[in-house]
Design a protein around this ligand. Structure first.
Ligand code: EPU
Length: 459
């Protein structure tokens, strides 16, 4: 009951969207008993942020595309629903998806789905390239920022599309009888991951050559390019600042395995560091984790590359402070900022954390402070004064990575933490409870509605 009151008090200080997300169906909570000592090996899932654009890319092909290592996540289900609404047929078998977009016939993505999953907007490129017309609603902002799509729109216009935004709907079409986009030189004002992906996909079926300058260099962009190349596209330079795409008339079917999730991998490395544990993670591409590994080493933990695709983390004697500044790849990833801050909160000394990618990604700070952390935040800059230990508290996750940060803090904190925000975690971490339990963490999912029904205190 005390916890219920605490959670209700927090509800007054968070936004309407979060309140809706905490409707009774979403009110499962996670109880975590800390501090934990973890041990063992963890299997890293396929990358969510590769899987989502890869699913959109299958719309470029009129053959059946098989995608492997697709994590079973809420966001993947939503993307699947978007593709189905457009006319694609999808079969799921474990982590393998077969997508048949041969009958793609509807150019309009439903608002209810795009609103839930911003990445589904990236499908605008493939729909337009394939059908000559696309209608995709503006996805709107989310908990971490306003997240405009101006770079996607300007790039599509440079490729010759007419684009009009009316009543929240982005209407794009290609005029002329050929219904073909035209290759162009596009300079991105910012190396947006999504805009690079949208434009690269659209350009694969354009007439002529497209050059994207100041492109995002994230591994997920390179993975998407490799998928498109395996489908018959001509793409050079993905993973660098300049990507050159020579359009081809059509793309064919494919059988493709996506890369391991570097953000999930980084989260488990931090789980090892924050609990002073020795764990091994695989498969990973160590190069994709360079910035995170370097910061973990600055903090004082040892990381050993065991095989080409596995990393072992060994506990440090004393955890020391370090400074973090988020940047596009190969800089320190914004998606690791909140999880790393949980670790810094127990590192001795003062650390500085600056978020440069999103304007509203510090909402985990107040919750970490409720667990005993000492963090001051001003705008997008935080000063973390390390404390010897954290203590359990009822906490609410406001977005995916903020939620991961709170779970990490709970593993190190003394006592029983109740975490509310599983709907966010389920968007990005495949079977996180099972994986943590396998490592020896003590946690349990509790259906809060049922718990209230049987609790005498709530009568
Ligand atoms: N931006 C614009 N205009 C645009 C596009 C982006 O101003 O047209 C701004 C954004 O508002 C943001 C910055 O550019 O401030 C970076 O956005 P970017 O487009 O690079 O991000 P994204 O493609 O929307 C992907 C990941 C995010 C990850 C970012 C940055 C997917 C599905 N999402 O988003 O992942 O944080 O790149 O690396 O790939 C997550 O997994 O938790 C997550 C949020």
């Amino acid at each position: 009951m005390r916890e219920d009151r605490a959670i209700n008090q927090q509800l007054h200080s968070i936004g309407e969207t979060e309140k809706q997300n905490l409707s009774p169906v979403n009110q499962s909570i996670l109880k975590i008993w800390g501090p934990s000592r973890l041990q063992g090996n963890i299997n890293i899932s396929g990358a969510k942020n590769s899987a989502l654009p890869a699913m959109a890319a299958t719309l470029l092909s009129s053959g059946v595309c098989r995608l492997r290592q697709i994590p079973r996540l809420a966001d993947i289900n939503t993307m699947g629903k978007v593709l189905s609404a457009l006319g694609a047929k999808i079969k799921q078998n474990g982590n393998t998806l077969d997508i048949d977009a041969s009958n793609l016939d509807n150019p309009e993505a439903p608002y209810e789905l795009v609103r839930k999953l911003r990445a589904s907007f990236f499908a605008i490129g493939p729909i337009l390239a394939r059908l000559g017309v696309a209608r995709v609603p503006l996805p709107g902002g989310c908990a971490i920022g306003a997240r405009p799509v101006d770079l996607h729109v300007r790039g599509l216009q440079a490729l010759g599309a007419e684009v009009h935004i009316e009543h929240g709907m982005v209407n794009a079409y290609i005029s002329g009888s050929k219904k073909k986009l035209q290759g162009a030189k596009i300079y991105l004002d910012y190396p947006s991951v999504g805009a690079t992906e949208t434009l690269m996909m659209a350009a694969t079926l354009a007439e002529g050559e497209t050059i994207i300058e100041n492109a995002a260099q994230e591994p997920e962009v390179e993975d998407l390019a490799n998928l498109c190349i395996a489908m018959g596209a001509n793409i050079f330079g993905a993973g660098t600042k300049t990507i050159v795409i020579s359009g081809v008339p059509k793309l064919h079917s494919v059988d493709y395995t996506i890369i391991p999730d570097r953000i999930e991998a980084g989260t488990f490395l931090i789980a090892g560091a924050i609990t002073n544990s020795e764990i091994t993670i695989s498969p990973v591409v160590p190069k994709h984790l360079s910035a995170v590994i370097s910061k973990l080493q600055s903090v004082g933990v040892e990381i050993i590359q065991e095989k080409f695709d596995s990393l072992r983390i060994l506990p440090g004697e004393i955890l020391k402070s370090t400074d973090i500044d988020t940047q596009p790849y190969p800089g320190f990833p914004t998606d690791m900022q909140a999880p790393f801050m949980a670790l810094l909160s127990v590192c001795s000394g003062s650390s500085s954390v600056t978020e440069t990618v999103f304007e509203n990604r510090m909402r985990h700070v107040s919750e970490l402070n409720r667990m005993g952390a000492n963090i001051r935040v001003k705008g997008n800059h935080a000063i973390v004064q390390g404390v010897p230990k954290l203590s359990a508290a009822p906490v609410i996750g406001t977005d995916l990575r903020a939620s991961a940060a709170l779970i990490l803090a709970a593993l190190a904190a003394e006592g029983e933490t109740t975490f509310q925000g599983l709907q966010h975690l389920n968007r990005g971490y495949e079977e996180i409870e099972i994986k943590l339990q396998k490592l020896g963490a003590k946690l349990q999912r509790v259906d809060q509605v049922k718990e209230n029904e049987i609790s005498p205190a709530s009568v």
